[in-house]
Design a protein around this ligand. Structure first.
Ligand SMILES: *Cc1c(COP(=O)(O)O)cnc(C)c1O
Length: 424
């Protein structure tokens, strides 16, 4: 399709968009008395209007039932989290028994490393991407120290090539083969937070498995953004937060995937707690741990219901639409965003460059050459909410469930005005 950088054209695309009306299901921040253009769903997704009802129900049950709410609330609290496994499994391409919701992302990655990073003298190295998300770097560094290794000995980072802004799959695979029998674990962010690149998870997982390593993915920027087939790709484990594309609210509960083949395997170490024991015998308060037969065996505590309820509300919305439609709109709206940026770039010379490669999801990362921070501040003041990453990148993410083509067009206009304003 041939795009046009006009309001009329953007509005026409909105008319043809079957997801257009879903924006009415979300709360938008208001800036200068106007609904903002929200392009920051990669950092914190908007609040679905129905979420409050799910939270209010818990508050109401707590008020009226107190402890009885564990078993007699309309959605009893003791197994509240189990309601999320099935809808969530659909989103990440897993079987229902492979998915659980618990804790928060970095906590879960640590817990999963207890199970899937068991270094020996011979096989102890970890491969990750260079400049991984800081929390992942700290997590890996501290895990290595905990096992008596140093970063220098055991952490292998896959680098981008000189002059390039993205990782090449063949370089990741080559590094995996090079480390070979010393490789214990591959752990990479499936969608890179900085440049928006989607890694070829299927091929990289295959390469990792072929040298005998475990392969896990941090899916913080992938869940709800791209389609995945974690089970079919033979991924060992994965974890993601729920507050970015999954619209579940700040710091709320995280999802985990543990491949079915690792369930019910007593040889896999695990940190355990009472919510990982079989439901049937949990309240007999026995000293023996009898693991749940699904990914819930990794559960520690009784579920943080107020943190899980918004996730359930959001999953309801996601599944009402389905990832297929979300991805179809995403492809089109991101292409339109790219087009609009290129048009603006033609009108104002040498202003910025898109560093996101073709393998991408909802986010385009834009490297600003001229005006950096002042341009970002201008956008924010003028009703465009997006985010800034040092030294000079703005990340622009038109989430398909609630962003419109008109938003993208208007963003382009405000960006152009900002550049002209700041250079004149
Ligand atoms: C957002 C993000 C996190 C955040 O971790 P929390 O434990 O939820 O604070 C971790 N890793 C990646 C790659 C992220 O993008």
């Amino acid at each position: 399709m041939k795009f046009q950088n006009t309001l009329q054209f953007a509005q026409q695309l909105d008319k043809e968009d079957t997801l257009h009306s879903y924006q009415n299901d979300f709360h938008f921040p208001v800036v200068n008395g106007k609904k903002s253009i929200y392009l920051c769903g990669n950092s914190l997704g908007l609040q679905p209007k129905q979420t409050k009802g799910y939270v209010d129900d818990v508050m109401q049950d707590w008020a009226s039932l107190a402890v009885e709410g564990h078993f007699y609330a309309e959605k009893p609290w003791w197994d509240y989290h189990e309601r999320l496994a099935e809808p969530l499994a659909k989103i990440v391409g897993a079987k229902t028994n492979e998915v659980s919701v618990m804790n928060t992302l970095t906590v879960n990655l640590h817990l999963l490393m207890v199970s899937f990073y068991n270094p020996t003298k011979k096989r102890f190295k970890i491969i990750c991407e260079e400049k991984a998300f800081p929390s992942d770097q700290y997590m890996l560094q501290s895990q290595l120290r905990f096992h008596g290794f140093t970063e220098e000995d055991a952490l292998v980072e896959v680098k981008k090539r000189e002059g390039e802004n993205f990782w090449r799959t063949e370089d990741v695979v080559a590094k995996i083969n090079e480390v070979g029998e010393e490789l214990a674990l591959v752990l990479i962010g499936g969608v890179n937070y900085y440049n928006g690149q989607v890694f070829n998870m299927e091929e990289i997982t295959r390469a990792g498995k072929s040298v005998g390593a475990n392969v896990g993915w941090d899916l913080a920027h992938a869940a709800g953004n791209i389609e995945m087939q974690l089970h079919d790709w033979d991924v060992d484990f994965a974890a993601w937060c729920s507050y970015k594309y999954m619209n579940s609210g700040p710091g709320n509960a995280s999802g985990v995937f543990i491949n079915e083949k690792h369930l019910n395997n007593p040889d896999i170490p695990r940190f355990e707690g009472w919510w990982g024991t079989k439901k049937e015998t949990r309240f007999l308060m026995k000293p023996e741990f009898e693991p749940m037969e699904n990914a819930d065996a990794w559960q520690l505590s009784n579920p943080p219901v107020l943190s899980v309820a918004p996730y359930l509300a959001s999953l309801q919305l996601f599944n009402a639409v389905g990832m297929e439609k979300i991805v179809a709109k995403r492809n089109r709206i991101v292409s339109y965003l790219e087009f609009v940026l290129q048009e603006v770039d033609k009108e104002v010379t040498s202003s910025f460059e898109i560093i996101t490669p073709e393998d991408r999801g909802t986010q385009l990362s834009v490297l600003l050459h001229g005006q950096g921070r002042p341009l970002f501040d201008y956008l924010m003041k003028n009703g465009v909410i997006l985010d800034w990453r040092e030294p000079n990148v703005i990340r622009v993410a038109p989430a398909p469930l609630y962003c419109s083509y008109e938003d993208v067009f208007s963003f382009g206009q405000i960006l152009k005005e900002g550049i002209i304003h700041l250079t004149s």
